[in-house]
Design a protein around this ligand. Sequence first.
Ligand code: SF4
Length: 350
Amino acid sequence: MAREEARLSKAEKHAEGPGEQRFKSSERRVLARTKQQAIRRVSPRDSRRRVFPRPRTGPRHRIRPAPSPVAPAPYASARRPRTAARYVPSGPVKPVPAQNVSQVEPGKMAGMPRSRNVPPPPSSRALAPVHRRIVECTRCPRLRTYCQTIAREKRAAFRDEIYWGRPVPGFGDPRARVLVVGLAPAAHGANRTGRNFTGDGAGGSGDFLMAAMHAAGFANQPTSRAPGDGLELIDAFIAAAVRCAPPANKPATREIANCHPHLVAELAALPRVRVIVALGRVAFDACWRLAAGRGVAPRPKPRFGHGLAYRSDGFPAVIAAYHPSRQNTNTGKLTPRMLREAFAMARGMI
Ligand code: SF4
């Protein structure tokens, strides 16, 4: 028994001899290298659970996933450029069609739910000061009080919206050759949205007008629902005889006269206008007051009637049309075809 134990002890000593010791040492080095490579291959998250010693963490020792054979090399696009990128314009800057919302507080667009507020587009250089004066105007205390009251009390359907509640400037193409003149903002339409003929509801006066303008190529879409709906007027601009919503849609004679300078200033800022489409009698009369301001006073006084057109030297041609109010459109006094024909006539006269 003692001899057997001595033999086993000798065999163990032989196994742990100098040669075996050398083999184990080199194996440890290979193992250490393998561990280091394995650490480099694991993701940073997995490395937190590693059992290997923490690798050095300099820029040269950062752990990165191994590149995939099909995917592009990771971090390649995220690498910061050595120099800041320069802005190089790709072409001439196009003029942006003036929108009537340039005076809305930045980040807040009237007529839109709060969650969809977007920055307003800029107005043209000539129109911007005109629009600023319109928005700040307080000449008619009755109308200002009425607009603010409507904006505060709101209609139940729009209680989550921010009403514009201020005078409404015109909107459209600053290079327009056709000027459309309406009556005044609607209490829960333009007084809410800040854009003429906008927000009157589906099939309202805005949609009725825009369908006719779209058919004649003056609008890029046949509806006008809200600021930011993508509507753009092409070669056309929409203004109004009165810029504040009047009670019962009936402005007083004095209020129409008060507001007329705004229309004069807007027309002056639109030097290419050749045709004016007057929607309704109030707008028609405002047009001839504009003409009188330029020394054009036809005799006898032009008669208002849908589809009548008047040319005169020194002033744009005037086309009379019924106003697309629900009162006119629901009763059939004004049909879509009648308004389409009026704008087709305008197209033929520019
Ligand atoms: S209706 Fe015209 S003139 Fe009167 S307060 Fe409004 S913007 Fe001014």
